[in-house]
Write a protein that binds this ligand. Structure first.
Ligand code: HEM
Length: 337
């Protein structure tokens, strides 16, 4: 009888242990599975705290929303969404902040620090820097008028950075469309993801150095290459001369630079897209052209695809379970503290 009871008990325990519920609740299985409720019990105020600090930063500087959104992209494309971009150089770590796409360009690190220190007070060593970045990107999008999405959570932070990954994986503004498509494909992202996520350029700024080539692409007669609206190009040249003014800033969306909407796609169709990488979406492939046209025609479709694609991007190779760590300070790995 006792033997029989023991057998029933064992069957029961193993059924519970193997159930999807216990899998999801367990904190140390490396399943790569993220879910929005991850901090509901361990840090119930986490999302509220992130949002309030993003709101404060946005009130101080409206461009910050764009910078925080871009931070998530540049994090995810290098070793996955693991906050590798936040590490400063130290010991064996060479910071991704030095890479070509990030140097003199990436911003928002102080805002992430502020969020992290508030969360360390509320629930120490619980909320990862990678999740903070993902949440800040969502909140920034919503604050500027863009779509809301539930952010799957449970990412952990990397123990290292990759300068070469940052230089090689993140598309450059003068890359050809096939190169950009390949760089997205390598991250598991398709054409819809590429075009929808490029719609992030509906907010934020670019430096002159990121698009100058387009203004002075000599065609023999010194005229621009014709891919830009001539009046727009003439305006840009006044503050982005042939040499000098590298750091001068320009709105990526000249019509509604602080509003997250589908204006970016309308700009591209009017040959008013700022970066070469924006324009090629219309001119170098029928597939991407169709999507540009669809998003220019429907804000709703753009928002719907954007939300789905950014969740997909946020799922790039997360560290879960016991891999990586929860950093105490987003700029350093814990053992350097
Ligand atoms: C498709 C390939 C992409 C290329 C080639 C590209 C390139 C660039 C470049 C060159 C800038 C200006 C940087 C500067 O001059 O300082 C920029 C800004 C920006 N990018 Fe992209 N980007 C791409 C995709 C994305 C994606 C997928 C996102 C987000 C999910 C994004 C979000 C942003 C935002 C929000 C800004 C403005 C940042 C600010 O004002 O601080 N970009 N991008």
């Amino acid at each position: 009888m006792a033997h029989h009871l023991l057998k029933i008990l064992l069957v029961f325990i193993s059924a519970v242990a193997l159930s999807p519920l216990s899998f999801a609740l367990s904190t140390n299985v490396g399943t790569g599975y993220l879910y929005p409720q991850f901090y509901d019990h361990s840090c119930p105020k986490a999302q509220e705290i992130v949002k309030s600090i993003v709101a404060k930063a946005y009130a101080r500087d409206p461009r910050m929303a764009a910078s925080l959104l871009r931070l998530h992209f540049h994090d995810c494309f290098v070793k996955g969404c693991d906050a590798s971009i936040l590490l400063d150089s130290s010991g064996t770590i060479v910071s991704e902040k030095r890479s070509n796409p990030n140097r003199d360009s990436m911003r928002g690190f102080e805002v992430i620090d502020e969020i992290k220190s508030a969360l360390e007070k509320e629930c120490p060593l619980t909320v990862s820097c990678a999740d903070i970045v993902a949440l800040a990107a969502r909140d920034s999008t919503v604050m500027t008028g863009g779509p809301y999405w539930d952010v799957p959570l449970g990412r952990r932070d990397s123990l290292g950075a990759s300068l070469s990954g940052s230089n090689n994986n993140i598309p450059a503004p003068n890359n050809t469309l096939p190169t950009i498509i390949t760089k997205f494909k390598l991250q598991g992202l398709d054409l819809v993801d590429l075009v929808a996520l490029s719609g992030s350029h509906t907010i934020g700024d670019s430096r002159c150095t990121s698009f100058r080539q387009r203004l002075y692409n000599q065609t023999g007669n010194g005229l621009p290459d014709g891919s830009l609206n001539p009046r727009y190009a003439a305006g840009l040249r006044t503050r982005c001369p042939r040499s000098g003014g590298d750091q001068n800033l320009f709105f990526l969306d000249l019509v509604s630079p602080f509003k997250f909407d589908n204006q970016y796609f309308k700009n591209i169709m009017a040959r008013n897209g700022l970066l070469s990488s924006d324009e090629v979406l219309l001119t170098q492939s029928a597939g991407t052209m169709e999507l540009v046209k669809k998003y220019a025609a429907s804000n709703e479709l753009f928002f719907d695809h954007f939300a789905k694609s950014i969740v997909k991007m946020g799922n790039i190779s997360p560290l879960t379970g016991s891999r990586g760590e929860i950093r105490k300070n987003c700029r350093k790995v814990n053992h350097y503290k």
